[in-house]
Write a protein that binds this ligand. Structure first.
Ligand SMILES: [Cu+2]
Length: 266
């Protein structure tokens, strides 16, 4: 097998020598006397190459939704030996839409094409690799038109969730002073993301009971929205709420309706 790869190198070297001669002597024709491989030997090598199996594999084959698929294609024969100088086409689709099209790619030792798709959605990625022979220029041997398909499921990257803690202000149940400063709840306005954990804590040092009740207050008349309601919380009680959709959610304390706050969910 090494001999078969060897001939590709030999052919490459001969091409290089020919080019070198052309460059060294622009008026002269390429010297053909360097071609010393017997014709029957070349025929045998070509025959071996044409029977060579070339199996593509993808490096790497994992990717995230929203990112581009970035990969290279490696080729091995049935014995597991790396095959270089491979000409190939590579295409990828999602939902029948093209996300990558690199026809006429060539994998050369030390020069491995990196293929990059457009940004991925969550659907299956179908990848098609078509081997188009080994070698360079006019010296293409080996299997052509051999197609291999791959399917990859893009991964959803783990979302980082953050925890937000909203506390009741000290003495907020006995004095309406906090209302003027908008700090009966601290902080009284918070911005969180869908999926974040919002912890509501009754930390009032006066040990008063309070609630965090989603809704609005008109004068002293509350209108609960039902989005969340901690119910009456004793001192140091806490309640966790995880928003599922974006929006602006006002809330109040059902025992002290001057206590009001807003959670903005993005
Ligand atoms: Cu209260």
């Amino acid at each position: 097998m090494n001999l078969t790869y060897g001939v590709i190198t030999v052919v490459g070297v001969l091409v290089a020598i020919s080019l070198a001669l052309i460059i060294a002597d622009p008026d002269g024709a390429p010297e053909s006397r360097a071609m010393v491989i017997p014709e029957n030997k070349i025929a045998q090598i070509e025959k071996d190459l044409n029977q060579l199996s070339v199996n593509p594999s993808l490096l790497p084959s994992i990717t995230n939704v929203g990112d581009a698929l970035i990969l290279e294609v490696e080729f091995r024969d049935d014995g597991g030996n790396v095959v270089d100088h491979v000409n190939y086409d590579i295409f990828a689709t999602q939902n029948s839409n093209s996300i990558l099209s690199d026809p006429a790619s060539h994998r050369h030792p030390g020069k491995y094409p990196i293929h990059e798709s457009s940004a991925l959605d969550a659907s299956l990625i179908q990848i098609q690799v078509v081997v188009q022979g080994l070698g360079h220029g006019d010296d293409i041997f080996g299997p052509k038109g051999i197609e291999t398909t791959f399917t990859i499921t893009p991964m959803v990257s783990a979302q980082t969730t953050t925890e937000t803690v909203i506390k009741t202000a000290d003495n907020s149940g006995t004095s309406m002073d906090c209302q003027a400063d908008l700090d009966c709840y601290t902080p009284s306005i918070v911005t969180v993301s869908v999926g974040d954990v919002v912890t509501m804590l009754n930390s009032d040092s006066a040990a008063a009971m309070h609630s965090f009740t989603a809704g609005t207050v008109d004068g002293f008349t509350p209108s609960p929205s039902g989005t969340f309601d901690t119910g009456i919380m004793s001192a140091d009680d806490s309640f966790e709420w995880i928003p599922e959709s974006a929006g602006e959610i006002p809330y109040y304390c059902m025992l002290h309706t001057w206590m009001q706050g807003t959670i903005i969910v993005e």
